[in-house]
Design a protein around this ligand. Structure first.
Ligand SMILES: Nc1nc2c(ncn2[C@@H]2O[C@H](COP(=O)(O)OP(=O)(O)OP(=O)(O)O)[C@@H](O)[C@H]2O)c(=O)[nH]1
Length: 529
């Protein structure tokens, strides 16, 4: 579904369902659709670099703001450096949420502003089978208010075994739940952050396909699951059909003369393949075929071969080096490029492989991003480290590294707020996140993934330059290839920057994040079967 579809009545209806309503919809649903809450809409001070994503050059809409109905943002809390609100003012959106003492030694305390009472969202029970592994997560604190009341239905809808909710505290440990009653108290009564969080071993569980809700409507027949190729081909259909139509119109009735080749070059440039790449392709197509008839299929084949040649060196899988525990992945990119969604999709895939995954809600600028990550945590069974909106992102990253280590996590993914590459102060903030992670673990982050929105077109080229310079980008994920007819931008970036391309997003479902394969991509973009 493209961003354009957000305003459809069906989409609006989905949004009205609310968080738990969405969770009930189960694992097969499209991924959660979180809108981008602009500072203005939230009543916050304007911040151009945060709010203004580059205008898409393709025909897919840019990610625009619609205030989230579930997470109202008080004006005073908005802004990356704003003092965090008392915990009591942030209604926990998940069943359990407890304050965790800021980890890290005194040496680090001098480096980072220490916001109060970070929260940890424990692994939720969207699971069926326990493994022998256990992850240490903070003990759940009972919340007498609405969130607790809402929790059981959500668990019931996701959990396979309603009789064994993984998140119910064992009776003998119940007293621990009463200890840090800080969330409902006014700020002055919140215990100092040095208090040890109560920890309990919670079985690490693997996500499974959800069972239908017992009292829900009769299950509709599900469409057959798409295969890898069909997802890729349908995701790139807009680019392929635009290219294909242009090629067919050009060569089906004409000989391959100089004019035809020039027009072919225009068709390729319009698909954002870039001038150099387009010239290179046209040269290949024209070689030995001047003034001869050529079929559209033959031209597509030649394009695919040339594109594949360009892509082969950059098509590199994202390899998790198990020597690092956790393997730290930092997500960077401009506003709305798909960082949080990509984290969720990756978490889903890695959790299915049985990996222990921790997610750090380092996009502290946008309240909805924190909620979005928590939902992905609930959905995938990954632990989420989150603080209030406006907290120091570097502090969250620090906390997350400490917690992920303590939990023996395999992978830690750190989300960051979207920022325009030309906003120096925001890029400096990102630099600080990297610095803080390195201070704890010099080899980390082990992967810095630049998430690029394919619909922004040529602007992506300067994003690669800036983010690589500031954050040391190691690889790229290109999202929303399904929302543009100009997916050729990936080829232009590959040709210019030679940056590894690990993954591509061709839709909003978790399965729509695919490993990048040069041949498949080249053939799909050219419209070949
Ligand atoms: N169609 C499509 N939509 C995508 C894809 N990847 C992400 N999206 C959507 O893009 C929108 C923005 O994604 P987010 O993950 O919130 O973006 P972000 O980079 O975290 O945003 P900021 O926090 O503002 O920087 C969401 O509606 C996603 O569902 C994709 O591959 N295809």
């Amino acid at each position: 579904m493209s961003d354009n579809d957000r305003n459809s009545p069906a989409d609006a209806q989905k949004k009205k369902r609310g968080l738990w309503g969405w969770l009930k919809s189960g694992f097969e649903d499209p991924v959660p659709r979180f809108t981008h809450e602009t500072p203005q809409e939230a009543g916050a001070p304007a911040d151009e670099g945060r709010e203004a994503a580059p205008a898409p050059s393709g025909d897919a809409a840019a990610v625009t703001g619609e205030a989230s109905s579930t997470t109202p943002v008080p004006a005073a809390e908005v802004g990356p450096e704003a003092a965090p609100a008392p915990v009591a003012e942030v209604p926990p959106p998940v069943p359990v949420e407890v304050p965790v003492a800021p980890a890290g030694g005194p040496a680090f305390g001098a480096q980072i502003e220490q916001p109060p009472a970070p929260t940890v969202v424990p692994v939720p029970p969207a699971v069926a089978e326990s493994t022998s592994e256990a992850v240490r997560v903070p003990m759940a604190e009972p919340e007498p208010e609405a969130p607790v009341a809402e929790a059981p239905p959500a668990i019931a809808s996701e959990s396979v075994e309603a009789s064994a909710p993984a998140f119910e505290a064992p009776p003998e440990e119940a007293p621990v739940l009463e200890a840090p009653i800080v969330e409902a108290e006014p700020a002055p009564e919140v215990p100092p952050p040095a208090v040890e969080p109560a920890l309990v071993d919670v079985p690490q569980q693997l996500p499974v396909e959800p069972e239908p809700v017992a009292d829900g409507p009769a299950a509709e027949p599900q469409p057959a699951k798409k295969g890898f190729w069909s997802r890729l081909a349908s995701g790139l259909a807009r680019t392929a059909s635009s290219l294909g139509q242009g090629i067919t119109d050009l060569v089906s009735k004409r000989k391959l003369d100089a004019d035809t080749l020039e027009e072919l070059e225009d068709v390729l440039i319009r698909a954002d393949l870039g001038v150099e790449t387009s010239m290179r392709i046209v040269e290949t197509v024209g070689k030995g075929r001047h003034d001869k008839m050529i079929s559209p299929e033959e031209v597509k084949r030649l394009i695919a071969e040339e594109v594949e040649r360009i892509l082969i060196p950059v098509a590199q899988p994202l390899v998790v080096d198990t020597a690092h525990k956790p393997f730290v992945v930092l997500m960077v990119g401009v506003n709305g490029s798909g960082k949080t969604t990509t984290i969720g999709k990756l978490a889903a895939q890695w959790r299915t492989e049985g990996k222990k995954v921790v997610l750090a809600a380092g996009d502290t600028f946008r309240a909805a991003a924190i909620e979005q990550l928590k939902v992905w945590g609930t959905r995938t069974g990954a632990t989420v480290i989150a603080r209030e909106q406006g907290s120091d992102a570097a502090g969250v990253a620090h906390e997350a590294v400490v917690e992920a280590r303590a939990a023996g996590a395999d992978i830690l993914m750190v989300d960051t707020a979207g920022r325009l590459q030309n906003r120096t102060e925001l890029m400096a903030e990102l630099e600080k996140v990297v610095r803080v992670i390195k201070k704890l673990e010099p080899s980390a982050p082990h992967a810095v993934l630049l998430v690029l929105d394919a619909t922004v077109g040529q602007n992506a080229l300067s994003q690669v330059e800036a983010f690589t310079r500031i954050a040391g980008v190691t690889g790229m994920v290109m999202t929303k290839l399904d929302g543009t007819a100009r997916g050729g931008i990936l080829v232009a970036i590959a040709a210019k920057h030679k940056l590894p391309v690990h993954l591509i997003g061709v839709g909003e479902a978790a399965e729509d994040l695919q490993p990048f394969a040069a041949r498949d991509f080249a053939r799909a973009i050219a419209g070949l079967n």
